[in-house]
Design a protein around this ligand. Structure first.
Ligand SMILES: [Fe+2]
Ligand SMILES: [Fe+2]
Length: 159
């Protein structure tokens, strides 16, 4: 779609693009040659970075706006707990050697968690948010600025 990379992408579309990207990566991992540890390590590292940026944008900007607008505390709390679990798995992966027998399994479990979480966001939270009075254009702009900052920080850390 032509809108995809344009500047005016609103908040929910932006989050869905992230979801699609990581889901594709998890799928690609399944059919990868797992003896190619360097390629696997790179894919895992990219997914972990993407997930960290994505969850930070949701937690700092998107979730608070939605929480306030839809008043469904249970749904929002569940989403936050799921983020914590995903972050634990990301941290484990980042501290694990690629030849650890649990490396692939940990990434697979992370993928299962993330898929479940995405289904809940896209099937429940996002439709509920769309019905609420939220300025998704403005929210998207804030998220874009924050993303640029976060990506800048990672680049500095890896330099
Ligand atoms: Fe998300
Ligand atoms: Fe999320």
């Amino acid at each position: 779609m032509a809108r995809n990379r344009s500047k005016g992408v609103e908040a929910i579309d932006m989050l869905k693009q992230d979801h699609d990207k990581v889901e594709k990566a998890f799928k690609a991992f399944e059919t990868m040659d797992h003896h190619d540890t360097e390629a696997c390590r790179q894919l895992v590292a990219t997914v972990c970075e993407d997930l960290k940026v994505h969850t930070t944008l949701e937690e700092e900007i998107f979730y608070p706006a939605v929480r306030e607008a839809i008043g469904d505390e249970d749904m929002m709390n569940e989403a936050s707990v799921e983020h914590e679990t995903a972050k634990m798995l990301v941290e484990q992966l980042e501290n694990m050697q690629e030849d650890d027998p649990n490396y692939n399994a940990t990434f697979k479990v992370l993928g299962e968690y993330v898929r479940h979480h995405i289904r809940e966001e896209e099937g429940g939270m996002f439709p509920a948010a769309r019905k609420a009075d939220i300025d998704f254009g403005a929210l998207g702009a804030r998220m874009r600025d924050r993303r640029d900052e976060l990506i800048g920080e990672t680049e500095k850390a890896h330099a």
